[in-house]
Design a protein around this ligand. Structure first.
Ligand code: XMP
Length: 325
């Protein structure tokens, strides 16, 4: 029978056999796959592993700091933190089209990743958190026709946004390739990953950049980050985190009139998007208790400057998508 302990032991043996004395590069994203991967690799090859975390500036409030701290202080795994916030914001400055945003973020990610890997020396291997369903999905596209070996052509956490340049083709280390998601979670839990990572709701690679409709600015990012934090706090406090597939805030680039005290306000609305789903392909808007919605709405309008209205999205998928872009 399959046990996490046996899996971890076997994975470590395999990694050592494959990599030998060579160096391995790993891009951390904050999700359960790349986190579990980092832990296994570090256990297997220690300092031969370099973990890079590229901060695009589109993560949720406190997430980048927490991730780096968790790895360095709890797991004692060094992380190369790359602050690329300004670059990414510049890359999508003035862009309003959702797919163009994704494309630019994807390209910028590849550029920063390439620069970082060159700066840190030569790497023969790239560790990827490929899971069993990904292996099936990319059966032929990732195989080098000359050697028959699986090679990296894309970076998984951003698979929807462009490939690696030809001269940056690494050999792959994919110790999770035989696992399904629920097995990765079990392994992650068994090695001590906190529940906030193990059970994390899906979070898109382009992050908050696609939850601000239209142009993304530093001001809008700050507003959305604060509103999103309130949504998560209120949901978590009530033990509701696991009741939903995703629960998040979206910022609309329009303004509406409101009143606060004796002042007229003219500010952004926040949309609450909270859905239940089995796999993300279809989804239903969640029947969140009114008192929860009330507290979230009141807190956002009172605490987040620049927002004067909160609306709840009652559209299922289809015809709506989960994200707004
Ligand atoms: P939609 O909006 O298509 O989302 O109903 C379905 C699921 O996919 C996630 N999603 C993304 N994930 N990059 C990602 O890594 C993206 O560009 C992206 N767009 C949507 C979404 O959060 C939901 O779980």
């Amino acid at each position: 029978t399959w046990t996490t302990a046996a899996f971890v032991e076997e994975a470590i043996r395999e990694i050592r056999a494959r990599v030998g004395e060579k160096r391995v590069l790993l891009a951390l994203s904050g999700g359960v796959d790349s986190s579990t991967l980092a832990f296994l690799l570090y256990k297997a090859i220690g300092e031969q592993l370099t973990c890079v975390f590229i901060d695009q500036g589109f993560m949720r409030k406190y997430e980048p700091e927490r991730l780096v701290k968790l790895f360095q202080e709890q797991f004692h795994i060094p992380v190369e933190y790359v602050n690329a916030r300004d670059r990414f914001l510049t890359a999508i400055s003035g862009v309003t089209d959702p797919e163009e945003k994704r494309r630019r973020i994807g390209h910028e990610f590849i550029r920063v990743f390439e620069e970082t890997s060159k700066r840190l020396g030569h790497f023969d291997y790239l560790a990827q958190g490929t899971l069993y369903p990904d292996v099936i999905e990319s059966a032929d596209t990732n195989v080098d026709p000359q050697t028959g070996e699986r090679v990296a052509v894309k970076i998984k956490s951003h698979h929807n946004v462009g490939g690696l340049p030809k001269d940056l083709r690494f050999k792959l280390v994919e110790p999770l390739r035989k696992l399904f998601k629920d097995e990765v979670r079990k392994v992650g839990r068994s090695i001590g990953l906190p529940e906030e990572i193990v059970q994390r709701q899906p979070f898109p690679g382009p992050g908050l950049a696609i939850r601000i409709l239209g142009e993304v600015t530093a001001e809008r990012l700050n507003i959305l980050r604060d509103a999103d934090l309130i949504v998560r706090q209120e949901i978590n406090q009530r033990g509701l985190y696991h009741s939903f597939w995703q629960a998040f805030a979206v910022l609309l680039p329009i303004r509406s009139v409101g009143v606060m005290g004796d002042q007229r306000t003219y500010a952004y609305p926040i949309v609450l998007r909270i859905v239940t789903s089995e796999d993300g392909m279809t989804a239903d808007w969640a029947r969140v208790p009114y008192d929860v919605l009330e507290v979230i709405s009141t807190r956002i309008v009172n605490e987040v400057k620049g927002v004067n209205r909160v609306v709840y999205d009652i559209t299922s998928k289809p015809p709506g998508t989960i994200e707004w872009e």
